[in-house]
Ligand binder design. Structure first.
Ligand code: MUC
Ligand code: MG
Length: 369
């Protein structure tokens, strides 16, 4: 049960339709596949998405930190020594997606070694989650057409709308068009990726007061300390901390300071081990959670649903599990399927990530491709 190797394999898969939002845009999935092998010959897999606009990590930095700092220290450790592994990785500050991919690949090895699904080891609450689809910046008619397609093709009826542009009326028009064209049966919430000021945020929320939004996420920066607290005090739906609450200490700070009253949990940045901590903190403090999307591919999405379906409080809201649909391809032998608006966990040992060797060879960037 000892780790014999940790590989970090960069790959690039283009998006059919780029995702644009207030803090950046993604045209190509520049991710890193992390592969952990044990001396029993068991292989665990996860992926780290490079999100420089959120965490400062690049594909190159993720590969470098795993190859030069983490792998040399973790090889030889038991796969069960997760806390000790994190203590070692935490001697390096930052690098949340690199650390999380190692964490989840180790959990995959543990599940396969024990012959149990990771989702069962984590909590085993249920076998699927309702799906929320994230809609990036575009003209109202295009966004409505995308949402209609998601509803008719996949049965998705919950949408997170990216906002945060100036003037805020652009985004208000999009939300209004979605509500007017698609009716009252869809759930709508917004994510500003820190694009607005606190006062712009409140004016926009007031302008959308009749649209029945259910959540407001990171509308303005948490660094606008007083303005943000003022906004949250005036906001009549849960205000979700996403990029301002990337680890347990930040979660406590955001919630106790009144800078947010709900939290987005992203396995891409807190893996399984630290997502548990964040979730239990939120449960203990009475803060709602939503399973968020780091613009994950199918590997990352499977990790999100593996965690999200494992607990009761993570399944109360739809999880953001569908943006892999915008990618031109992926690495799994058996692609994920969203049916009737739900995504299922895989009831097999580990996480259920089976990599297509041909696709990996085609998209990996480290072998002369
Ligand atoms: C989100 O919820 O913000 C966009 C930027 C990022 O870091 O994640 C996505 C989705
Ligand atoms: Mg967000």
């Amino acid at each position: 049960m000892k780790i014999t190797s940790i590989e970090a394999i960069p790959f690039a898969i283009p998006y059919v339709k780029p995702l644009r939002f207030a803090s950046g845009e993604v045209h190509t999935a520049l991710h890193v596949m992390v592969r952990v092998t044990s001396d029993d010959g068991i292989v665990g897999v996860a992926e780290a998405p490079a999100r420089p606009f959120t965490y400062g990590e690049t594909q190159e930095s993720i590969v470098a930190v795993i190859k030069t700092l983490f792998a040399p220290q973790l090889v030889g450790m038991s796969i069960l020594d997760r806390e000790a592994m994190h203590a070692i990785m935490n001697r390096t500050v930052g690098n949340p997606t690199a650390k999380s991919a190692v964490d989840m690949a180790v959990w995959d090895v543990i599940g396969k070694t024990l012959g149990q699904p990771v989702t069962a080891l984590l909590g085993g609450f249920t076998d699927s989650m309702r799906v929320s689809h994230m809609l990036g910046f575009a003209e109202p008619a295009k966004i409505v057409a995308e949402a209609e397609r998601m509803r008719s093709t996949y049965g998705i009826t919950t949408f997170k709308v990216k906002v945060g542009r100036r003037p805020f009326g652009l985004d208000v028009d999009v939300c209004r068009a979605l509500r007017e064209e698609m009716g009252g049966d869809i759930e709508l919430y917004i994510d500003g990726n820190r694009g607005w000021t606190p006062s712009e945020s409140l004016r926009a929320l007031n302008a959308m007061a009749d649209l029945d939004l259910t959540l407001a996420e990171e509308l303005c920066p948490a660094d606008d300390v007083l303005g943000r607290k003022w906004l949250v005090d005036h906001c009549n739906v849960p205000f979700v901390a996403d990029e301002s609450a990337t680890k347990p200490g930040e979660v406590t700070r955001e919630l106790l300071s009144g800078a947010a009253n709900a939290v987005s949990i992203k396995t891409a940045r807190t893996g399984f081990s630290h997502s548990q901590r964040v979730l239990f903190q939120c449960d203990g403090l009475g803060a709602e959670v939503v399973m968020g999307n780091q613009i994950d591919g199918q590997i990352g999405t499977l990790c999100t649903v593996t965690f999200g379906a494992a607990f009761e409080s993570t399944t109360r809201r739809a999880g953001e599990l569908s943006n892999f649909l915008d990618m031109s391809d992926d690495l799994l032998t058996e692609p994920l399927e969203i049916v009737d608006g739900r995504l299922s966990v895989r009831q097999v040992p580990g996480i259920g990530i089976d990599i297509d060797a041909g696709k990996l060879a085609k998209y990996r960037l480290d072998q002369g491709n």
